[in-house]
Design a binder for this molecule. Structure first.
Ligand code: SF4
Ligand code: SF4
Length: 342
């Protein structure tokens, strides 16, 4: 598989890498089979997170015997040093390893800098040999830019696909020029893009970006493997197709950046405008409870003041997305309840 050097880390990773969020939905045996197949087909970089329930454990089970041949990144959503260290130590245990290649801060609301307890905690973990490199993930392009400019982070991970805006393409260029590894999450825009060939052709024009494809099925894995073996060309026909899809779809993808918040009636827009996506990518049981139902039902309080629309840099018609996602959630919850009864 074509390799990409991940910025200043100098880690050599496959141009198609494995995003291990969706394997939460698989049994341990199914996940082991898929992860092992990915490895045997040439994937050598696996990205997970402390919060992805048993994803780390599944990677440990499937790949610990080839640990020295793969790169693992994980994430911690800790907001204090003590929790960060606890997460990292637990990740080691789950992954059955004694080091993590890249530990990333998981979508924090700020960019921790020198002197901040979280950043100092990361440095300490590095000193102890628990982690090799420090990464930063975020859904906000502003914060991702700040992380790159700080010079303190070895990699950034950001939602990036052919639906990305010019500002986001500039973020990629900034990372490239700063020698910060650029990891693309949601490279299929969380399932909105169904054209994997187009997605791969787009990434082939950005030789520094490493897409981590969220993979749940063997046929999805094999599609990416085949696209590596026979790389699609970004020719005029492909460009036209992508431009057309971009026009049709870019107004539908909520990046969860939170720029539109707060909502005056307290709607949790980053959750509610993405519920359909979350139900299809995460273990859905975690959203089938009264607390989430109550948060979703707040969408009914929308006054249509359009403040969120004015603030959204991606031009989303947020109130419509909220209604659509609420209807989908209610229907899903109804079916879930009646399945439970039977
Ligand atoms: S339009 Fe609705 S969701 Fe958006 S800010 Fe106003 S009340 Fe909140
Ligand atoms: S609606 Fe727009 S501003 Fe709000 S979280 Fe989604 S992408 Fe960000």
């Amino acid at each position: 598989m074509r390799q990409i050097i991940l910025g200043r880390t100098k880690l050599s990773v496959g141009a198609s890498s494995f995003g291990a969020l969706p394997i939460q939905r698989l049994s341990k045996e199914e996940a082991s089979y898929l992860l092992r197949l990915a490895y045997e087909k040439g994937m050598n970089y696996f990205d997970t997170a402390y919060s992805y329930t048993d994803s780390e454990e599944k990677i440990g089970l499937a790949l610990s015997d080839v640990r020295d041949k793969i790169v693992i990144s994980t994430k911690s959503g800790a907001s204090d040093r003590e929790t960060l260290v606890k997460h990292a130590e637990e990740s080691l245990r789950r992954l059955k390893t004694d080091y993590i290649d890249i530990l990333q801060l998981h979508n924090p609301k700020t960019v921790p800098l020198e002197g901040d307890e979280l950043y100092e905690g990361l440095l300490d973990l590095k000193k102890r040999g628990i982690i090799r490199f420090i990464g930063y993930t975020n859904h906000s392009s502003q914060r991702a830019e700040q992380a790159v400019r700080s010079g303190l982070y070895d990699t950034i991970q950001y939602p990036f696909s052919y639906l990305s805006s010019d500002r986001e393409i500039k973020l990629y260029e900034l990372a490239r020029n700063s020698d910060v590894g650029f990891i693309a999450m949601k490279a299929l825009s969380g399932g909105l893009i169904s054209n994997a060939t187009g997605a791969k052709a787009f990434f082939n024009t950005l030789p520094f970006a490493v897409p981590i494809w969220g993979i749940q099925r063997e046929r999805e894995l094999m599609e990416f493997i085949c696209l590596e073996e026979d790389p699609p060309r970004y020719d005029d026909d492909m460009k036209t197709l992508i431009e057309r899809e971009k026009k049709e779809l870019s107004g539908s993808f909520c990046r969860a950046c939170g720029y539109c918040m707060p909502c005056p009636v307290g709607i949790d827009i980053t959750l509610s405008a993405r519920m359909k996506l979350l139900l299809s990518r995460m273990p859905y049981e975690q959203f089938m409870n009264e607390h989430t139902m109550e948060r979703m039902l707040r969408v009914n309080d929308c006054k249509n003041c359009r403040k969120c629309v004015e603030r959204c840099p991606y031009g989303l018609d947020t109130p419509s997305h909220l209604k659509e996602n609420l209807a989908y959630y209610l229907d899903f919850a109804e079916k879930y309840k009646s399945n439970e009864k039977n």
